[in-house]
Ligand binder design. Structure first.
Ligand code: CAA
Length: 379
C-alpha cells in the first residue's frame, strides 16, 4: 500500500491552502455573521480551475481526480466550511450526475460552463415530507408535448438562489415511486421556477440554503437526465460520491479547529506552564489529532477508490459517518481547550463547532449512513 500523494495532489493542496489563507479566511467570520455569500470568491476559485477539478478538459475541467477534489474541499473548509460546501454541492451533487448520465450535448451545454465557473450548480432531492425517505417525494413531472411540466417544491437546497443549473428529481410515474422517479436539468430562468424561503441557520451561514418551487415549471424534454425511471438510482449514486465530499469538508473543519486549539494551548499559561503541557489538555489534543488523521485516511481512501473506478459507496458512507462525528467531537473539544474565550466570537472555534454539526445531517444523516453501511456489510 502506498500512502504518498502524487506531486499533482501536493501542488493542488498548496495552491488551495494559499488561496484559502489569503482570499477566503480573512472574511470568513464576517460572512458568517452577515450570512453573506461572496460570488467573487467563487469566481476566483474558477480562475484557479477549482470549479471543475475532476472533469476532463473537453468539458471545461482540469482533468484531475476525486482525491484532488477532496483535498481542495478539505483545505477550503479548514478556514471556511461554507466555501467548502458551495464547491462540494456544485461539483459532486450537480456536476457529477451530468458528467455520468448526461448526453454529450448536455455535458457541453451544462457541465462545461459549470466546470469553468461561469455557472453554479445545485441539487434538489429533499422535500418537506421526504428527507431520509428520499423515495417518498411528491414533486411530479408530466410530459406534455415536448415539455415536462413540473409541480412541487424542494427544500434545504445548498446553493439555492445563487445556482443557475439545478439537478432535480421528480415523479414521472407517481404510482411506481422510486422506479417512477426521473432526473432533470433545470435552469433557474425556466418559466415556473422560483426560489422560496432562505433558511436562517446555525452554521455554514455564508452558504445559502433555500427552498425551490416548481409551479407548472416548463422543462424541455431534452433536459431529462438519463432515462425516465432512472432518477432514484441517479440520486443515490450521486450521493455516494457527494458524501465523501462532505467527509472532506468535515476533515477540513476538524483540522482547522485542531490547529487553533494547538496554537492556543501552547500560548495559554495557567498554573505556571502552557496548558498544552498539562495532561488534561495534552491528551485531548492527542485524541483530536488521532481522530482527524483517521478521518482523513478514510476520506482519501474512498476518493482514491472512486478515482480508479472501484466501488466506493460503502467507504464513502463510512468516511462521512466517521469524519462527521469526528468533526463534531474535535470542534467541541477545541471550544473546551479555549475555555471561556472559545465561547466568544473573538476566536474561530465556536464557528467551527456550529459548522461541524451539519456534516452529521446533510447528504444523509449519520443514521442513514449506518443504514447504508449495514445493508452493504450484510448483503
Ligand atoms: N447506487 C445505485 N442504486 C441504488 C443505490 C446506490 N447507492 N441505493 C439504492 N439504489 C437502488 C436500489 O438498488 C433499488 O433499485 P432496485 O429496486 O432496482 O434494486 C432502488 O434504488 C431503491 O433502493 P432502496 O430500496 O434501497 O430504497 P429506499 O427507499 O429503502 O431508500 C435510502 C434507501 C438509502 C434510505 C435512501 O432513501 C437515502 O439515501 N436516503 C437519504 C437521502 C439523503 O441523503 N438526502 C440528502 C439530500 S442532499 C442534501 O443533503 C442537500 C444538499 O444540498 C447538501
Amino acid at each position: 500500500m502506498q500512502f504518498k500523494l502524487t506531486e499533482e495532489h501536493e501542488m493542488i493542496r498548496k495552491m488551495v491552502r494559499d488561496f484559502a489563507q489569503n482570499e477566503v479566511a480573512p472574511t470568513a467570520a464576517e460572512r458568517d455573521e452577515e450570512e453573506r455569500f461572496d460570488r467573487e470568491i467563487f469566481d476566483k476559485m474558477a480562475e484557479l480551475g477549482l470549479t471543475g477539478i475532476p472533469w476532463p478538459e473537453e468539458y471545461g475541467g482540469i482533468g484531475s481526480d476525486y482525491l484532488a477534489y477532496c483535498i481542495a474541499i478539505e483545505e477550503l473548509s479548514r478556514v471556511c466550511a461554507s466555501t467548502g460546501v458551495t464547491l462540494s454541492a456544485h461539483t459532486s451533487l450537480a456536476g457529477w450526475p451530468i458528467y455520468k448520465f448526461g448526453s454529450e450535448e448536455q455535458k457541453q451545454k451544462y457541465l462545461r460552463p459549470m466546470a469553468q465557473g461561469e455557472k453554479i450548480g445545485a441539487y434538489g432531492l429533499t422535500e418537506p415530507s421526504s428527507g431520509s425517505d428520499a423515495g417518498g417525494m411528491r414533486t411530479t413531472a408530466k410530459l406534455v408535448g415536448d415539455e415536462y411540466i413540473i409541480n412541487g417544491s424542494k427544500i434545504f437546497i445548498t446553493n439555492g438562489g445563487i445556482a443557475d443549473t439545478y439537478v432535480v428529481f421528480a415523479l414521472t410515474d407517481p404510482e411506481s415511486k422510486q422506479k417512477g422517479t426521473s432526473a432533470f436539468i433545470i435552469e433557474s430562468d425556466f418559466p415556473g421556477f422560483s426560489v422560496g424561503k432562505k433558511e436562517k441557520k446555525l452554521g455554514i451561514r455564508s452558504s445559502p440554503t433555500t427552498e425551490i418551487i416548481f409551479d407548472e415549471c416548463r422543462v424541455p424534454k431534452a433536459n431529462l437526465l438519463g432515462k425516465e425511471g432512472e432518477g432514484f438510482k441517479i440520486a443515490m449514486m450521486t450521493l455516494d460520491g457527494g458524501r465523501n465530499g462532505i467527509a472532506a469538508q468535515a476533515v477540513g473543519i476538524a483540522q482547522g479547529a485542531l490547529d487553533a486549539a494547538v496554537n492556543y494551548a501552547k500560548e495559554r499559561v495557567q498554573f505556571g506552564k502552557p496548558i498544552s503541557a498539562q495532561q488534561g489538555i495534552g491528551f485531548k489534543l492527542a485524541d483530536m489529532a488521532t481522530g482527524v488523521e483517521a478521518s482523513r485516511l478514510l476520506t482519501y481512501q474512498a476518493a482514491w477508490l472512486e478515482s480508479v473506478g472501484l466501488p466506493y459507496g460503502k467507504e464513502s458512507a463510512m468516511s462521512k459517518l466517521f469524519a462527521g462525528d469526528t468533526a463534531m467531537k474535535v470542534t467541541t473539544e477545541a471550544v473546551q481547550v479555549f475555555g471561556g474565550y472559545g465561547y466568544t466570537k473573538d476566536y474561530p472555534v465556536e464557528r467551527y463547532m456550529r459548522d461541524a454539526k451539519i456534516t452529521q445531517i446533510y447528504e444523509g444523516t449519520q443514521e442513514i449512513q449506518k443504514l447504508v453501511i449495514s445493508r452493504m456489510v450484510t448483503k
